[in-house]
Design a binder for this molecule. Structure first.
Ligand code: AMP
Ligand code: MN
Ligand code: MN
Ligand code: MN
Length: 278
């Protein structure tokens, strides 16, 4: 019997991915993904198109979202899987974050203008094409204008803390994000915990607070992750009795950390989050 391939973290053009939802779903099916979650940043606008596209494919679509949270002065991401996207409180929460994204984008453009980069807001808007505005859209504009050779280096030199185009963000609280997800019937997952560069102590504090707010799972496998990071996350998931999830965090680009469905095998000593819906 072949194993089921789960990819529970991906992006489309509804946020900062480059593939339209229907194309993403088709590509996932072509790559042999059996269960795919579309988890765009702070919005669910791609789910309708993805649902239609998945109807005729041998692929199960999980409705998801990736919510931006400010925790301990840093940004973390919480995935909501199997959410009811029609839930009003969830949508009001996402609308608040979307409005904040627009304000932040103006501020980012203002900062960039101060160092002589003109037209960044309009440039980013052009890449976002009416969808969620993210730093990735600024990054694409800056690469296009020749300020850096690729997306990675543009982030490094312009868009991260202590760089000119960085704006300290004020997203949802952990409590808010979890309440929105749970209220919408969703399963909450801390996305890519190894990417926050938190000390072990802080990571345990984050997981503890998450659990206290009813948090369900950790993304123990994310894109390109070191085996020792996976081992640490699996150990902590066990200690805290949290489920585990896995996702590529695919954005449709060449330099993504992982390709669609390209996920290392799920650790045997971790409770998979999909046990909750099987
Ligand atoms: P935002 O939510 O608008 O602050 O943008 C965050 C997004 O930027 C992430 O979801 C990634 O897709 C992208 N991103 C963040 N850091 C980097 C990086 N160092 N290299 C490439 N993409 C990045
Ligand atoms: Mn992204
Ligand atoms: Mn993320
Ligand atoms: Mn993501």
């Amino acid at each position: 019997m072949s194993t089921t391939i789960y990819d529970l973290h991906t992006h489309s053009t509804a946020s900062d991915g480059t593939l339209h939802p229907a194309v993403l779903v088709q590509q996932a099916a072509d790559q042999g993904v059996d269960v795919l979650a579309l988890t765009d940043h702070d919005c669910t606008a791609g789910l309708a198109e993805a649902s239609v596209a998945s109807a005729n494919l041998a692929l199960r679509l999980i409705h998801g979202v990736e919510i931006s949270v400010t925790w301990n002065q840093g940004t973390i991401h919480i995935l909501g899987l199997k959410i009811d996207q029609g839930n009003l409180a969830l949508q009001l929460g996402l609308q608040m974050l979307q409005a904040y994204r627009n304000e932040r984008a103006l501020e980012i453009a203002h900062q960039l203008q101060k160092i002589g980069i003109e037209g960044a807001f309009e440039g980013a808007l052009c890449y976002a094409q009416g969808n969620i505005l993210s730093r990735t859209h600024f990054a694409r504009f800056l690469v296009e204008k020749g300020y850096a050779k690729d997306i990675q280096s543009v982030f490094k030199h312009y868009l991260v803390p202590s760089k000119p185009g960085y704006v300290a963000s004020c997203w949802a609280t952990l409590e808010q994000a979890l309440a929105w997800i749970h209220n919408a019937g969703g399963i909450s997952v801390i996305a890519h915990p190894a990417r926050y560069k938190l000390t072990r102590k802080r990571l345990i504090q984050l997981f503890g607070e998450f659990k206290e707010c009813g948090g369900i799972a950790l993304e123990v496998i994310s894109g390109h992750q070191q085996p020792e990071e996976t081992a640490q996350l699996v150990g902590l998931a066990r200690e805290l009795d949290l489920f585990g999830s896995c996702g590529s965090d695919y954005h449709g680009t060449q330099n993504d950390r992982a390709h669609l469905g390209q996920i290392s095998s799920f650790p045997v000593d971790c409770k998979p989050v999909w046990n909750l819906w099987q």
